[in-house]
Each structure stands twice: as structure tokens, then as C-alpha cells.
Design a protein around this ligand. Structure first.
Ligand code: C2E
Ligand code: CA
Ligand code: CA
Ligand code: CA
Length: 280
């Protein structure tokens, strides 16, 4: 409806329209990029805190856009989620990450390589999620026990019963399940006990302030202990400084990722890191 006076729409702001057009453009570009195979994966090492050995990688999607440059996943994953594109995109990420893991592991004489893949809460809406994962494992030859699926606490907190069933079916394939960004959501202890979760990934916001604020140190320590008492492994995200590493090791955290060890790197570089087999 036109507002009175000169064809101006009530509440209209030019940036609103620009925002919408931008989103629509990005959506159609993303669809095209996915179809043309233009998305890439970068890999960030997961390091054993006791030995500094690379035990595996987390796959992180990248979008090299022809005119906008490299687009950050935080800028296109939400669009992919809102449009449903996350389903084919997520399947591609999973397949590519598994294919790559098998290739590197073979090239390293069969040394096992753990691969972690992020799975959006939207992918849990697909009733055939477990079948899709099983098909990818079969197609790539990836050993199920070397695949870890990372999901946020929202998977436990929304559609709880349906998602629990999905997780049980995924677990039955023999893979491991991790809660990503742990500590930032609202999952309760009761949920954690009910769900077949193997690993807690301690959010970077806790690691960041380790040693700075006593409260955060206590919180991180509590998460590590919680993991232990529930029989779960803990992985710390976003380690940038030696002090953070030392504190986490002291707490008994098992694994870590972060710029201190390595940024997420393109496949060729990640492959070299793994092949060298040297502590990072
Ligand atoms: P995330 O799963 O929590 O991944 C960790 C993010 O922290 C990555 O950002 C990584 O580059 C960054 N990071 C790692 N170490 C450090 C550090 O020491 N310091 C700092 N400041 N940052 C660090 P990235 O690659 O931009 O990914 C952002 C988010 O996008 C991911 O957060 C994840 O939620 C999402 N994402 C990425 N790839 C995928 C994917 O294939 N599927 C889905 N569903 N989501 C993805
Ligand atoms: Ca993650
Ligand atoms: Ca995370
Ligand atoms: Ca995080």
C-alpha cells in the first residue's frame, strides 16, 4: 500500500531493499557455485594436547566468489539454512571431507585420520540424514569411527524427540558426535546425559579469556570435568596463546584447535601437515 504523499512506502528504507536484493543475489550465486563445484574446504588440525600431534582435521567450507572475494561461512551458511540449500551443501561438505580423509590416510600408509564435519540443525529436519551419511561412508570408504559430526546445542533443544532419534540412528553407524560451541547454548545436564554425545567442544569465548578472568577459568575447568565425569572427550576451540594451551592441558583437556597450532588451511597444505606427521 502506498503511503500518502509522493509514492513513498511506509517504513521503506533503501537499505532494506538493498539487503533483500543482496540476499537474493547471494542465494542464486550460492546455488550456482554449489552446482558448478566452486565451493572449497579448508582444514584446521585437531591436536593432541599431550603430544601436539595432528590427529585429524575439522572441515570448514569456503566460498571463493568471483566478484566479492572469499565469503566467510558466517555470511552464507545462514542463507543456505534459510533457503534449504544447506542440505545439498552439507552433503557435499561431508562427501568431500570423507573423500579427502581417506586419500590422505592412504597416502600416509593407513595412519588413521579423524575428520570432523559441521552439521546444521536444519539437516536434522531431513528424515534420511542417517541414510545420507551411511551412503557417503560407503561411497568414500571412510571408516565410520574416524568421522565426527559436530552440531550445536540447538539440535538437543529443538525437536528434541525427533532429533534424539536421528542421533541414535547416526550413532548406530559407528561414528562420533560432538557438541560444538559448548557452553554458549542452553542445554542442560539432563539433555547431555540422554543424548549419545561423545565429545564437548569448548567454545572459543571461554578459551579466549582463560587466565584473564578467574570466573572463565573456573567455567572452563568445570566443562572439562563435566566431560570427564560423563565419559566424554573435550576439545578446546580457538587456542591462540601458549598460556591458554598450558591452562587447558593442566585441566586435562584432551584435544585442541586454534591459530596457535594452525589456521584452517587449504587441502594441499593440510595434506602436507598430516603427511609430515610432526608435532605442530
Ligand atoms: P565453528 O564450527 O565453531 O568453527 C570454528 C571457527 O573458528 C572457524 O571459523 C575457524 O576458522 C575459527 N577459528 C579457529 N581457530 C581460531 C582461533 O584460534 N582464533 C579465532 N579467532 N578463530 C579461530 P570459520 O571457518 O569462519 O567458520 C565459522 C562457522 O561457520 C563455523 O564455526 C561453523 O559454525 C560454520 N561452518 C563452517 N563450515 C561449515 C560447514 O561446512 N557446514 C556448516 N553447517 N557450518 C559450517
Ligand atoms: Ca565446528
Ligand atoms: Ca565451534
Ligand atoms: Ca565457537
Amino acid at each position: 500500500a502506498k503511503a500518502a504523499g509522493g509514492g513513498v512506502y511506509a517504513g521503506y528504507r533503501p537499505q532494506m531493499r538493498d539487503g533483500l536484493i543482496e540476499r537474493l543475489e547471494l542465494e542464486s550465486d550460492l546455488r550456482g557455485a554449489l552446482e558448478r563445484g566452486e565451493l572449497r574446504l579448508h582444514y584446521q588440525p585437531t591436536v593432541d594436547l599431550a603430544t601436539h600431534e595432528v590427529v585429524g582435521f575439522e572441515a570448514l567450507v569456503r566460498w571463493p566468489h568471483p566478484t566479492r572475494g572469499m565469503i566467510n561461512p558466517l555470511d552464507f551458511i545462514p542463507i543456505a539454512e534459510a533457503t534449504g540449500l544447506i542440505v545439498p551443501l552439507g552433503r557435499w561438505v561431508l562427501h568431500e571431507a570423507c573423500r579427502q580423509a581417506v586419500e590422505w590416510s592412504r597416502a600416509a600408509g593407513g595412519r588413521p585420520l579423524k575428520m570432523s564435519v559441521n552439521v546444521s540443525v536444519r539437516q536434522f529436519d531431513q528424515p534420511d540424514l542417517a541414510e545420507t551419511v551411511a551412503a557417503v561412508l560407503a561411497d568414500t570408504g571412510m571408516a565410520a569411527d574416524l568421522l565426527c559430526l559436530e552440531m550445536t546445542e540447538s539440535v538437543l533443544m529443538t525437536d528434541t524427540e525427533a532429533n534424539l532419534e536421528q542421533l541414535v540412528r547416526l550413532k548406530a553407524l559407528g561414528l562420533t558426535l560432538a557438541i560444538d560451541d559448548f557452553g554458549t547454548g542452553y542445554s542442560s545436564l539432563a539433555y547431555l546425559r540422554r543424548f549419545p554425545v561423545d565429545t564437548l567442544k569448548i567454545d572459543r569465548s571461554f578459551v579466549e579469556r582463560l587466565g584473564v578472568l578467574a570466573d572463565d577459568t573456573a567455567l572452563t575447568d568445570t566443562i572439562v570435568r563435566l566431560g570427564k565425569s560423563l565419559g566424554m572427550a573435550t576439545v578446546a576451540e580457538g587456542i591462540e596463546e601458549f598460556g591458554q594451551l598450558a591452562a587447558l592441558r593442566e585441566m586435562g583437556c584432551s584435544y585442541a584447535q586454534g591459530y596457535y597450532f594452525s589456521r584452517p588451511v587449504p587441502a594441499a597444505e593440510a595434506g602436507r601437515l598430516f603427511m609430515e606427521g610432526a608435532p605442530v
